[in-house]
Ligand binder design. Structure first.
Ligand code: IMP
Length: 179
C-alpha cells in the first residue's frame, strides 16, 4: 500500500489514479449526454478542482465554456464552517446552463454559498459535479447531480486536494492514516 507523509500526518493510498480516471470518464460522458446542445458553462472552483476540471473536460467534446472561481473557506483538516467571498465571476451567467465543478463536498457550506450567489445572476440552470462527496457531514440544501465517489468522513489529499497547501500534485487520492 502506497503512503505519503505531509507535514505531521501520514496518509495511505485510497483511490488509485486508474480508478479516478475511469470514473471521471463515466461522469464526463454522463454530463455530455445530459447537456446535449445546452452549451454549458462549467465553473471550476479553485484551487482543488484544477485536475478534476481538466480531466473531466477531456471527455466533453460538445460546445462548452469553462471559467474558474475561488472561494476561500478552509485551512487544516477541519472545515471552519465559514465561507468568505466569491472571486472571479467576470462573465455573465444569465440564461446559461451552469455546471459547478468541485473537488470535494464536505459540509456543503461552500456549495450553499456558491449556489446562492450564482442563482442571483439568473442562470438557466445550475448543476453540481463533484469528484468526492462525504455524505456523513453534508448539511447542504442542494442535491449533487454528479458524484465521482462517495467517501467516509475522513480527510483526504491528492489529485488537487491539499493538506495545508501540499499534496495537490499527487496522482492518487490518499486518506489520513488513523493511528
Ligand atoms: P465544505 O464547504 O465543508 O463542503 O468544504 C468544501 C471545501 O473544503 C473543499 O472545496 C475543500 O477545499 C475542503 N475540504 C473538505 N474536505 C476536505 C478533505 O478531506 N481534504 C482536503 N480538503 C477538504
Amino acid at each position: 500500500m502506497k503512503g505519503v507523509k505531509i507535514h505531521d500526518k501520514d496518509f495511505v493510498e485510497y483511490i488509485s489514479s486508474e480508478k479516478i480516471q475511469k470514473r471521471i470518464g463515466e461522469v464526463g460522458r454522463k454530463i455530455q449526454e445530459d447537456m446535449g446542445d445546452d452549451n454549458p458553462l462549467f465553473l471550476g472552483i479553485l484551487n482543488g478542482c484544477f485536475r478534476f476540471s481538466s480531466d473531466l473536460l477531456s471527455h466533453i467534446d460538445a460546445s462548452c465554456e469553462i471559467n474558474f472561481l475561488k472561494v476561500s473557506s478552509y485551512s487544516g483538516t477541519e472545515t471552519s464552517g465559514k465561507v468568505s467571498e466569491l472571486i472571479g465571476l467576470s462573465t455573465s451567467i444569465e440564461n446559461r446552463h451552469v455546471v459547478i465543478l468541485e473537488d470535494i463536498v464536505d459540509t456543503g457550506n461552500t456549495l450553499d454559498f456558491l449556489i446562492e450567489k450564482l442563482s442571483a445572476e439568473n442562470p438557466a440552470s445550475i448543476k453540481v459535479a463533484t469528484l468526492l462527496f462525504k455524505p456523513e457531514p453534508y448539511l447542504g440544501k442542494h442535491k449533487l447531480d454528479y458524484v465521482g465517489f462517495e467517501i467516509p468522513n475522513l480527510f483526504v489529499v491528492g489529485y488537487g486536494l491539499d493538506y495545508d497547501g501540499y499534496g495537490r500534485n499527487l496522482n492518487d487520492i490518499y486518506q489520513i492514516k488513523l493511528s
